[in-house]
Design a protein around this ligand. Structure first.
Ligand code: AKB
Length: 316
């Protein structure tokens, strides 16, 4: 039976990914790892290890002993937080990746998943239906670290045959675990505020279109990519993935269809500049062609699911 290690399991993607992998492979086959002392409540039914991805000696020893087949390396600082702590963001986002790539090169790990982001694109990239191969001049620390990581993933595949797979995630929308430190976080926060107070002040302008995706689609895409036959995975840097593109104003209108009294205000902050450097929408033809990707959730379905499920008491 396959053994899987998810590093960064306490985060927005990690929590839902571990839950889904445990459904498919069995609870004890999927080890959740995170820097937090305590395992997040949702994952307490299965194995947990406290792991700081920057503690290279520990990570190496743990993985050489446990020998997981697949490792999902999700620990990272997102765009907004990375701008506040650039040196730490670079260190965290790069060093952990090298540790895992090198273990795979040694043959200890069979397959790696590493998340990239739409942040790899920059202001000189074509904004609409951004192609898989295009100009990439990111202007954020996070985007620079993701682009560098993509190049290293491809390098380790070409030079050493490391089976590494990656997706350029858009903003991810979910209700199980809150996101933290991203520019797209407004599209999650808004639902908590809509249910708690009936209003929300967006930190992005009303017409800032960004690529987004409902978490269930993102988790399915991640697992489908990891399950795809090796020969089908033709891109070893990272795959473009599109879901739903919308502006804060369009999201507010979609919420008002369910909660007519909902009120939206706009007060852009430093995150506006980050959003302005990213694409409006993404062309994911390569993912569709290579491993059969197809999104399920549109804006209406995503909004209805979020409004039904967010628990506003989670908001401090
Ligand atoms: C962020 O906003 O930083 C992330 C991302 C798009 O990678 N959600």
């Amino acid at each position: 039976m396959k053994k899987i290690l998810v590093i960064g399991a306490g985060g927005q993607i990690g929590t839902e990914l571990v839950l889904e992998l445990r459904k498919r492979h069995g609870v004890n086959q999927v080890i959740a790892a995170d820097v937090k002392e305590e395992c997040t409540d949702a994952l307490k039914d299965g194995p947990y290890v406290k792991m700081d991805v920057l503690d290279k000696a520990y990570v190496q020893e743990y993985i050489r002993t446990e020998k997981p087949d697949d490792v999902y390396l999700l620990a990272a600082l997102l765009s907004a937080t990375a701008e506040k702590h650039p040196e730490f963001a670079w260190k965290l986002n790069m060093e952990g990746l090298f540790t895992i790539l090198d273990l795979a090169k040694e043959g200890v790990i069979k397959k790696i998943f590493w998340p990239s982001s739409i942040a790899v694109f920059g202001p000189t990239t074509p904004r609409v239906e951004t192609p898989q191969y295009t100009i990439m001049e990111p202007t954020t620390v996070y985007g620079i670290s993701k682009l560098a990581g993509e190049r290293w993933c491809e390098y380790y595949f070409n030079k050493f045959g490391v089976d590494v797979r990656s997706i350029r995630y858009p903003g991810l929308i979910s209700y199980t675990s809150l996101p933290g430190g991203g520019t797209t976080d407004y599209a999650v926060d808004i639902f908590y505020h809509a249910k708690k107070t009936g209003e929300y002040t967006s930190f992005l302008n009303k017409d800032s279109a960004l690529p987004m995706m409902y978490m269930e689609d993102a988790i399915r895409a991640t697992i489908e990519l990891m399950d795809a036959p090796k020969e089908s995975v033709k891109i070893r840097s990272s795959y473009n993935l599109a879901g739903i593109s919308f502006t804060p104003e369009q999201l507010a209108l979609a919420i008002q269809e369910n909660l007519p009294t909902f009120k939206m205000m706009y007060q852009p902050d430093f995150r506006q500049a980050i959003a302005d450097s990213w694409p409006d929408s993404i062309d994911d033809t390569a993912a569709k062609q290579d491993w059969g990707w197809k999104e399920k959730y549109d804006l209406k379905a995503m909004v209805e699911t979020m409004l039904k499920n967010v628990d506003p008491s989670k908001l401090n």
